[in-house]
Ligand binder design. Sequence first.
Ligand code: FES
Ligand code: FES
Length: 167
Amino acid sequence: MDRPVTRRCMPLRINGETVQPAFAAHKTLLEVLREDLGLTGTKHGCELGECGACLVLLDGEPVLSCLLMPQDCAGREITTIEGLRDGPELHPLQRAFAELGAAQCGYCTPGFLLAAKALLDREPQPDRARIVEALSGNLCRCTGYLKIFEAVERARDALSAAHTAEE
Ligand code: FES
Ligand code: FES
């Protein structure tokens, strides 16, 4: 006889909204995002903390959702790739990735975009070495990385120009 699955229900703050999913208690944050909340932009890769495909932001810091339980996120703000756009506008990182062809199959792209956002939010003028270091936990099998680094630099410059224009 199958054992009944223990379920849990708890509020989570995701992309500026509070949601209350009910989910099997053994599920990781990655599984709850994808399977119970339909936020499939967060990708399912190695599930071992090695590829970065599942990266989301927790209070603005990059974390690997395959290694986190939803309970670890209680009272904290989770940002997934679905929350990166600013209304109808693409984030400058998304625009730069599209313009420079930094996404090919795209499987790694959400993780790269969010890792790059965390970097640019805390350090607006990173040089190439800092960008490479900040993205070193994310693996890409398609692009050879160069276009990704160039796209982050283009977004950095666009954000910096927008900031200067506001002053
Ligand atoms: S799926 Fe989480 S690091 Fe690979
Ligand atoms: S674009 Fe395919 S894995 Fe990165």
